[in-house]
Design a protein around this ligand. Structure first.
Ligand SMILES: C[S@@+](CC[C@H](N)C(=O)[O-])C[C@H]1O[C@@H](n2cnc3c(N)ncnc32)[C@H](O)[C@@H]1O
Length: 335
């Protein structure tokens, strides 16, 4: 069933994007065999369009922060590039802030069609063009009339980099933006604390079940970070928050890096992993964070568990080796 629907998406998506949502759905329907149970188009949409879009759109703090930053930074003559249209909400905010025109790209074709519809329903089609493409495939002079004055992108996950913000901004700076273009977000910092939480560890690692050693199953554990709403789990933060990484999106090379940062536990305990989060400086004095204090952020927080928990002594300094590649951040602890 899953393969059948995957095949339908692949076949329907072959070739250039369709004229409309109806044309896309008609192409899908041609490849979904008749007689499949349930609403197969909706099943396909559930696979193509992550559910977090809804929580994200309803995160009023996030929306307000991006809107305020755009109000502060958009100038009347600006051509704005919005990478990752989603519903088109940031593109519409940019127009509300006074942008002359917005080009907004979206890689998931039906999402791009819906963004167009939403923009039309809000009477903003004359100022916003939705391009159903990956940002790295945009062509100057065709998709984008000229290099843009301002880039806005909210391609951010709980651990900042997992949705591709670093390569997206690197590429845009090189190929799609004017020299000195403004970028929202302007800067970001990543903070972490040592995390003691056997319950969180147990959602990603196992040892024995009903008297049997099942630890080989940890082969399938998630080694990278994943989202947790930390306030809902029994836990202790064994260290103060420590800054791991800092990015200036307009100036830094944004390549891979490894840094070593000292971290000293406040008390003795067992470190099951690290909890980390970002603080965005969107520009115009607007800050936005998914820190553990922000219990309602739709991003939640990022956690990376260590397979072997580490007993630590209060006051005994440790070193955190933080390895960041283009789309991930990994922590290792050494004495
Ligand atoms: C986190 S959502 C944000 C959507 C919208 N901008 C908002 O703030 O509500 C990111 C969107 O960007 C799209 N996307 C991610 N990387 C992209 C890229 N390189 N080019 C075009 N779209 C991308 C995803 O499909 C997703 O719809």
């Amino acid at each position: 069933m899953t393969d059948v629907l995957d095949d339908a998406v692949r076949l329907a998506s072959a070739g250039p994007p369709h004229e409309s949502l109806e044309a896309f759905e008609a192409a899908l329907a041609r490849h979904v065999p008749a007689g499949l149970p349930g609403n197969s188009i909706n099943r396909i949409y559930r696979k193509m369009v992550p559910r977090w879009h809804f929580a994200m759109l309803n995160d009023t703090e996030r929306n307000q922060a991006f809107s305020s930053a755009l109000q502060a930074w958009v100038r009347p003559e600006d051509l704005v590039l919005d990478v990752g249209a989603g519903s088109g909400v940031l593109a519409m905010m940019a127009v509300r802030a006074g942008a002359r025109a917005v080009i907004s790209c979206e890689v998931i074709e039906p999402v791009a069609h819906i963004a167009r519809r939403i923009i039309e329903a809000n009477g903003l089609s004359a100022r916003i063009s939705i391009v159903p493409k990956l940002s790295s495939l945009l062509t100057l002079g065709q998709d984008l009339p000229s290099r843009a004055d301002l880039l806005v992108t909210e391609t951010i996950d709980c651990g900042l980099v997992g949705e591709g913000i670093l390569p997206i901004i690197r590429h845009a700076r090189a190929e799609l933006l004017k020299e000195g273009a403004r970028i929202i977000p302007a800067k970001a910092r990543v903070f972490f604390s040592l995390l003691e939480s056997s319950v969180i560890h147990r959602i990603n690692f196992t040892k024995e079940a009903s008297g049997f050693d099942v630890s080989l199953f940890n082969r399938f554990s998630t080694r990278e970070y994943f989202p947790v709403r930390i306030s809902t789990w029994s836990h202790a933060l064994l260290s103060p928050r420590v800054q791991a990484l800092a990015f200036d999106f307009a100036r830094d090379a944004l390549g891979p890096q490894t840094v070593r940062v000292p971290v000293t536990p406040l008390r003795s305990g067992v470190v099951h992993g690290v909890l980390f989060w970002f603080e965005l400086d969107l520009g115009g004095g607007v800050l936005l964070s998914n820190s553990p204090d922000n219990a309602s952020s739709h991003w939640m927080q990022a956690v990376q568990c260590f397979e072997t928990p580490l007993r630590v002594e209060g006051g005994q300094p440790l070193c955190a080796e933080v390895t960041q590649d283009l789309t991930s951040i990994h922590f290792a602890l050494t004495p």
